[in-house]
Design a protein around this ligand. Structure first.
Ligand code: HEM
Length: 534
């Protein structure tokens, strides 16, 4: 053997085999038994029946038969990379989160970008929201900021999520469309959910067909809290801004690219990182207090609303650099388990009803998808800080408590104990109220910010929105659904509504949809917190 290449030898059928030698290791079974022949099953005679005692064959096929795990119920198609987050300066005034205590600190990170509606094998340039999920392996536990490239969402309450996703994905009787393209079910649901109108403007815009992952913003969407060492809370919105700026393709390009190269976004990230051209994002935060929150007519707990950047400027607090591709796509990008409820001490939730629902959903779905409560033992999911607990056993347990004690309190003085100072303490918000199923009045205005977004677009961008709506709704077969959408558009922008209606051949304009709350054009003047004072 040359030491670089395996030896070759002729098998008894005359075919060329490669065999171990030099630095080429010996092939073994999963349990380490060296394999002599990986070309032929064990048979009686050259042309006889196969033998069931061929355990190498059975193990190989058995393992292959079980290679697939369920794809994610949403965000099935994704692509990830490793990197780090670097903190600019201490935010100790606002949070005790360890990641924000020291300027220059670097925290390992893993990011998975994804489309939402398409199946795992669907194409990259679908018109769709992009997932922007960041796992930060902090010294006090993993922090998962599971965001999207769009700052708002379709629905206000997580109880509607299964309906939204059922309507967006393939229709149950016909199993298409695979990725999000026009279809009656989606637009039927959307047209019956006026709260989705702000998000509709974003997904019909160029934002929904990004040129590459490297040119996308990311948003935590919900209002979260930062909590400092004195247990004081500040509301926060998280926004990732790409150093390269934002770029999108236009729909005609997307259609062609999807046909020519459905994987378009993958080699873009791969090539950039492999050539040392590391993509980078700045993490910015919008910080505000309760008085500021109360100054708006909309609710800061409503995920269909943004706090406009003109009203509250996002402050840069660190940067994210992606500098390493996974060694193995399945082990890392597929098996990574993001969960909104993974927050370290110093970061906490708000009462956003979408966020609260997500905090249940992600743990539940990871168990289904990864199949064992021990999915945190997988290297991509395990914390990189010291950890100690009494959880044990279960499928695929790779770590168990060591020694006699697997419970606490115990008299042996063994094992870890709680730490009231260092440990996670939920922000002690005062809550009172009746047990009800009721949407707050402050969640009722569905059109103001949709209009604000449309007005913020340049004329070509507005044309793209009109063209996207026309294209999508032209594929909708039920006239009532088209008209219902136009009746919502009338509450957003009359020219947009009439343009789309004209192109769809709607002769009699419908009445504007009933708006639950009087719409308003102006942004409220508001006193922002002065941020990061030393
Ligand atoms: C997956 C974001 C709302 C349930 C994901 C992923 C992202 C994401 C980025 C992919 C994670 C990855 O790359 O592995 C968001 C955002 C939301 C939202 C930004 C709204 C602001 C919801 C809601 C629910 C939900 C309301 C359910 C109540 C799920 C589930 C998965 C998922 C079940 C699949 C997770 C997996 O199998 O790994 N979401 N999501 N999401 N999301 Fe959401």
């Amino acid at each position: 053997a040359s030491g670089q290449e395996p030896d070759s030898a002729r098998g008894n059928g005359g075919e060329l085999h490669q065999i171990a030698g030099g630095e080429t290791p010996t092939l073994t079974t999963a349990l380490g038994t060296p394999v002599s022949d990986d070309q032929n099953t064990l048979r009686i005679g050259e042309r006889g029946p196969a033998l069931i005692e061929d355990s190498h064959f059975r193990e190989k096929i058995f393992h292959f038969d079980h290679e697939r795990i369920p794809e994610r119920v949403v965000h099935a198609r994704g692509y990830g990379a490793h990197g780090y987050f670097e903190t600019y300066e201490s935010l100790a005034k606002y949070t005790r989160a360890d990641i924000f205590q020291r300027a220059g600190e670097k925290t390992p990170a893993f990011v998975r970008f994804s489309t939402v509606a398409g199946n795992k094998g669907s194409f990259d340039l679908a018109r769709d929201v992009r997932g922007f999920a960041v796992k930060l392996y902090t010294r006090e536990g993993n922090w998962d900021l599971v965001g999207n490239n769009i700052p708002v969402f379709f629905i206000q309450d997580a109880i509607k999520f299964p309906d939204l996703i059922h309507a967006a994905k393939q229709e149950p009787d016909r199993a298409f469309p695979q990725a999000q393209t026009a279809h009656d079910n989606f637009w039927d649901f959307i047209s019956l959910m006026p709260e989705s109108m702000h998000m509709v403007m974003w997904i019909m815009s160029d934002r929904a067909i990004p040129r590459s992952f490297r040119f996308m913003q990311g948003f935590g969407v919900h209002t979260f809290r930062l909590v400092n060492a004195k247990d004081e809370s500040t509301f926060v919105k998280f926004i990732w801004k790409p150093k390269l700026g934002m770029q999108s393709v236009v729909w005609n390009e997307a259609v062609k690219i999807n046909g020519a190269d459905p994987d378009f976004h993958r080699p873009d990230l791969w090539d950039a990182i492999q050539s040392g051209n590391f993509p980078e994002w700045e993490l910015t935060v919008q910080l505000f207090d309760q008085a500021f929150a109360d100054s708006f007519d909309f609710d800061i707990l409503d995920a269909t609303k943004i706090i406009p950047e003109e009203v509250l400027e996002p402050i840069p607090v660190g940067r994210l650099v992606l500098d390493r591709m996974p060694d193995n796509f399945f082990a890392e990008t597929e098996q990574v388990a993001f969960m909104t409820q993974n927050v370290p001490p110093g970061i906490d939730f708000s009462n956003d009803p979408l966020l609260q629902g997500r905090n249940f959903s992600y743990l539940d779905t990871q168990l289904k998808r990864l199949g064992s409560p021990n999915f945190t033992h997988l290297p991509i999911n395990a914390p990189k800080c010291p950890f100690a607990h009494f959880q044990q056993d279960g499928h695929m347990a790779m770590r168990n408590p060591v020694g006699r004690a697997n419970y606490e309190p115990n008299s042996w003085g063994l094992g870890p104990r709680e730490d009231p100072q260092r440990g996670f303490r939920s922000f002690a918000d005062a809550e009172e109220g009746q047990k009800v199923r009721l949407r707050a009045e402050s969640f009722a205005d569905h059109y103001s910010q949709a209009r604000q977004f449309f007005n913020s677009q340049t004329p070509p961008e507005q044309r793209h929105i009109a063209m996207a709506l026309t294209f999508e709704l032209s594929k909708v077969q039920a006239p009532a659904i088209r008209e219902r959408m136009v009746s919502h558009l009338l509450n957003i922008d009359e020219t947009l509504a009439t343009t789309v209606a004209d192109k769809l051949g709607i002769r009699n304009m419908p009445d504007p949809a009933e708006a639950a709350v009087p719409t308003r054009d102006d942004l409220p003047p508001s006193p922002a917190l002065s941020i990061i004072e030393n």
